[in-house]
Design a protein around this ligand. Structure first.
Ligand code: BJ8
Length: 424
């Protein structure tokens, strides 16, 4: 094992706290991931990435900075990777999935706030996240109210650029969004001191498209019965997509897919073919939030699809390739990103239609709608999601939770009862 202490010291991490975090993460990972049976061999790469989560990848980011490149922290699917990459930057989705940093965040933020926001803010306050410390600046966005206001506070600790995301998808909203995309490209050019040429932008559009298609291929494999990969492993892949090197990640995901496709031919699953198949819909699960998947897969079910930003919302739709000018390419980027169906938009009918369609595509016996505590948009949108699922005759369980283990027992009881209900 390489010793990265000097690197972490150089980044200004709180070494004692950081060690506690890594120890806790190592134990949780071994319990939740390494204990699984019949995992595809291709998951070995993702286990390796996790074992080096604060090591090798951080070293790569620092090497990139030494060569003059920028590291940009992001928190939302609407921030376009293609533009960051085209300006010679590296984009890292910053973690916000751990209870570890929540108490520190609550010394500044109100307690009745979404745990995802408290978690990432707490990581910055506690000086335990090397990605945060390696980032030159972060990009926030005007999605939910909590995030929108937290950027003003985060800016006290790290330069925070905010993109305005419209909340509707009319013609005027599309124009506003295109202007925002253009402004972001200019911001990246200024920060990185480079000009984004149409050639380089085209190259990065293709790179990110390939990455999305590779993740889509994993999801395609999950439609099979018996399912060749666990929901936990598929979730991990989608989480790692946010910070791994895109080219290497894509190659490794495609390698894994070849194995999954062979498993499908051999009818080799990670669980029995009669295992109830669950679709999880709702709030994103930032790394290392594996709580719900672990409960489901320890209660006799298997997760076959996430209608989530660590799932279908990430890979659905690609950016049109081959537009001749930079302006045309930026327009294509704007169009693709505005097709993401986040509950921060109104109306958001397409998301509801998609959930129903995914249930059919993935042959799901039921839906677990996952809401993080105090996330009003997903919570409210669930009223309409439930109506649509009831109408379609698809059973649904609503879970509202945070990152603590306080409700673990209650959660397990409810999930077990739901799985029993849909197995009948
Ligand atoms: S595109 S889902 S990543 S905004 S932070 S909305 S959980 S209260 S993360 Fe999101 Fe972009 Fe939409 Fe996806 Fe709710 Fe929490 Fe807000 Fe959240």
């Amino acid at each position: 094992m390489t010793d990265y202490t000097e690197m972490w010291k150089g980044l200004g991490l709180n070494l004692d706290k950081h060690e506690q975090l890594l120890n806790a993460l190592g134990t949780i990972y071994a319990d939740i991931y390494l204990s699984q049976k019949d995992r595809p061999q291709g998951m070995g790469y993702f286990d390796f990435v996790m074992s080096e989560v604060h090591g090798l990848r951080i070293r790569e980011l620092l090497d990139h900075k030494e060569k003059g490149g920028k590291v940009v922290g992001t928190f939302c699917l609407y921030v376009p990777d293609e533009i960051i990459l085209a300006a010679g930057g590296v984009s890292v989705g910053l973690c916000g999935g751990a209870q570890f940093s929540v108490p520190d965040a609550e010394t500044v933020l109100p307690r009745n706030l979404c745990p995802l926001i408290k978690s990432f803010f707490g990581f910055k306050l506690s000086l335990v996240c090397p990605y945060f410390e390696a980032a030159d600046f972060v990009v926030g966005e005007t999605t939910c109210d909590g995030k929108k206001k937290v950027w003003e506070l985060l800016d006290n600790y790290l330069p925070t650029y905010v993109m305005e995301i419209p909340q509707m998808k009319r013609g005027i909203d599309k124009n506003l969004w295109f202007q925002e995309i253009k402004a972001f490209a200019e911001k990246m050019e200024k920060e990185a001191g480079v000009k984004i040429t149409p050639e380089i932008l085209e190259e990065k559009i293709k790179l990110v498209n390939k990455k999305r298609k590779a993740i889509g291929r994993v999801f395609e494999a999950r439609k099979a019965t018996p399912v060749p990969i666990s929901g936990k492993d598929a979730l991990l892949i989608a989480q790692i997509a946010f910070y791994d090197d895109p080219e290497r990640f894509t190659a490794k995901v495609n390698e894994l897919c070849e194995e999954l496709e062979e498993r499908i031919i051999e009818e080799k699953g990670v669980v029995d073919r009669s295992t109830p198949r669950i679709l999880v819909a709702g709030c994103p699960m930032a790394i290392p939030n594996w709580k719900l998947h672990h409960v489901v897969e320890n209660s006799g079910g298997v997760v076959v699809c996430e209608e989530s930003c660590v799932g279908t919302r990430y890979f659905t739709n690609t950016v049109e390739e081959g537009c001749p000018t930079t302006e045309g390419k930026l327009r294509a980027i704007a169009e693709r990103y505005l097709k993401i169906n986040c509950s921060c938009f109104t109306p958001n009918d397409e998301r509801i239609e998609q959930i129903i369609q995914y249930c059919k595509d993935y042959n799901a016996a039921g839906v677990i709608h996952y809401t993080l505590q105090f996330c009003h948009t997903y919570k409210l949108e669930f009223v309409r999601v439930r109506e649509a699922l009831d109408k379609a005759g698809i059973p649904v369980l609503e879970i509202e939770t945070d990152y603590s283990e306080g409700d673990a027992g209650q959660l397990k009881t409810r999930v077990e009862a739901f799985i029993e209900q849909i197995s009948m």
